[in-house]
Design a protein around this ligand. Structure first.
Ligand SMILES: C[S@@+](CC[C@H](N)C(=O)[O-])C[C@H]1O[C@@H](n2cnc3c(N)ncnc32)[C@H](O)[C@@H]1O
Length: 345
């Protein structure tokens, strides 16, 4: 997964595939509607007031979230002093620079890109749909023990799955997971290491991580005995990561219990965990929708349908979650005021 997504010049996120939008492979919430970023801005503004007026976005995609968030914060007199982006894809970084150059030219002096995590940061860290593309290990629980599914190369140059002993920290980590064999699923140790790294970097403020996933108990549910690894190619979801490597997005759902545990191990406080629907409603997405005059006809109807897609439990409302991990931030957070499910982690 690491090579297929990130190998320099060849990996899906390292090479020039289109990825986003109608001509790409998938759409994300900020690409569906600007109202996602506008609602998120309310939480970002509250957190900046309680820490520092700085935003750091990891994996900014096309730059749509950054552009809309900056516009909304600016309109509310709450612009950050710095908006920093960390992006692994050189091609997406160029797209972000073009998008922000045209959409937020007045804020250009505050926007910068970093090649690696900073040593210290105070403010708000945002990552939408980034944890789900961090490389996983596929584990296979058998009656006679734990194995890992690796990829082997056949004599004719084709790839095939190969079972081998689980390696690295996987066997030790897998003790936290209770399943009935036979069972195949994934673990994502890089996502945990990444959260733990923020435990050292974050001085004051919070990480807001948005993604699809569940608490551990639901993640490793008997009904999910083949795991959650999925690929996206031209708006078709399939589950064969060996097909067209480098041209498919490969993702897995996020185990939010693992993320909360990694935060706790690194001294970060769990500030909230809820569904995307609850979070956006708490942040006033319906009031923002209400600002569009219903008399504007097609424009209002499209915005209402897009918001419905973000909130509907059968679409993104329930599967997508928001988790906030922080340090030195006092008081409850707006986005988790109602419907906080921290107790389920
Ligand atoms: C599925 S896209 C989501 C993009 C955007 N946040 C959105 O919601 O539209 C994943 C993004 O994360 C980037 N990415 C993946 N792993 C990363 C990492 N370890 N650090 C920084 N960016 C990363 C990808 O290049 C891409 O921009």
């Amino acid at each position: 997964m690491d090579i297929a997504l990130y190998a320099p010049g060849l990996g899906y996120y390292a090479a020039g595939a289109r990825k986003f939008g109608a001509s790409g492979d998938f759409v994300t919430a900020p690409e569906i509607t600007p109202l996602f970023a506008r609602a998120l801005a309310a939480q970002v503004a509250e957190l900046m007031r309680r820490s520092e007026p700085a935003v750091l976005e990891v994996g900014a995609g096309t730059g749509a979230l950054a552009a809309e968030l900056l516009a909304e914060l600016d309109a509310n007199g709450a612009s950050p002093q710095a908006y920093t982006i960390i992006e692994v894809s050189a091609d997406l970084r160029q797209r972000q620079a073009r998008m922000l150059g045209s959409r937020a030219p007045n804020l250009a002096g505050r926007i910068r890109w970093l090649d690696r995590l900073p040593e210290r940061f105070s403010g708000v860290l945002l990552a939408n749909e980034v944890l789900d593309v961090m490389p996983v290990q596929l584990l296979s629980w058998r009656e006679n023990g734990l194995l890992e599914l690796g990829i082997a190369l056949d004599g004719d140059g084709s790839f095939r799955w190969e079972e081998r002993p689980a390696h690295g920290r996987a066997p030790e980590y897998a003790r936290r997971i209770i399943v009935e064999p036979p069972y195949v699923s994934e673990i994502c140790l890089p996502a945990q290491a990444w959260v733990e790294a923020w435990g050292t970097i974050l001085e004051r403020g919070a990480l807001l991580l948005i993604d699809y996933g569940f608490p551990r108990r639901e993640y490793y549910h008997p009904q999910r005995a083949t795991g959650t690894l999925r690929c996206h190619y031209r708006h078709r979801a399939h589950d064969d990561p060996l097909l067209l490597p480098g041209l498919n997005d490969i993702t897995s759902h996020v185990d939010f219990t693992a993320i909360a545990e990694a935060g706790a191990a690194a001294g970060l406080e769990l500030l909230g965990y809820c569904t995307q629907a609850a979070f956006l409603l708490n942040c006033g997405v319906l009031d923002i929708l209400g600002r569009i005059p219903p008399g504007s006809g097609a424009r209002y109807l499209k915005a209402a349908a897009d918001v419905q897609r973000l909130l509907n439990p059968a679409e993104m409302g329930e599967l997508f979650k928001v988790i906030a991990l922080g340090r030195n931030v006092r008081g409850g957070l707006l986005g988790f005021r109602s419907g906080d499910r921290s107790h389920t982690l």
